[in-house]
Design a protein around this ligand. Sequence first.
Ligand SMILES: [Zn+2]
Length: 160
Amino acid sequence: MSSMETLTIKTENKFRSLVTKQAYSRGEVICDIPTEKLFDKANRYTVQISQDKHTEVGKLSALNHSCDPNVILDTENLLMVARRDIDKGEELSFFYPSTEWEMDAPFICLCGASSCIHVVAGARFLPLSTLENHYLNKHIREMMIELLENTEKHLSELKK
Ligand SMILES: [Zn+2]
C-alpha cells in the first residue's frame, strides 16, 4: 500500500510532525509524492523535485528535518521510502538538503545526531564531504556539480 492514509499530523505547541500509524521495513515505499501543484520557488509546503520545480506536498509538509532521518524522498521516482525499519507511532523525518538546494526558511537543527549539520539552509551551503553521507537526489547532484565547475572557472580566471 502506498497512500498517505497511514500518516497522521501531530500538533504540539504549534509544532507539527508527521507520524506513521503502521510499521515499515527498510526499503518499503510509504507513499507517492504529490505533484498536482507546482511552483517556481520553494515555500514551507513544497519539496524541490528538479532544478526549477517545487511541488506542494500536502500532509508531507509536516515532515521534520533530521540529520539521521528514517525516510528518503526520491524525487526522480516521486516516492517516499523507508530508510530503515520504522515502528508504528514513530515520527517520520528526512534530510532536507537531499531535496532542497536553497531553502526559503533556514533554521538551526537541534536533532542531537552525532552527524548533525546544525545550520539547515539547503545543499548549496554544505560541504561535499557532508552531502556524500546522505541520499542525494539527481537535481541536487547536478546543481552541486554546476557550482563546483563555476568555482573552478572563476578560480582559473583569477590566475590569468
Ligand atoms: Zn541535526
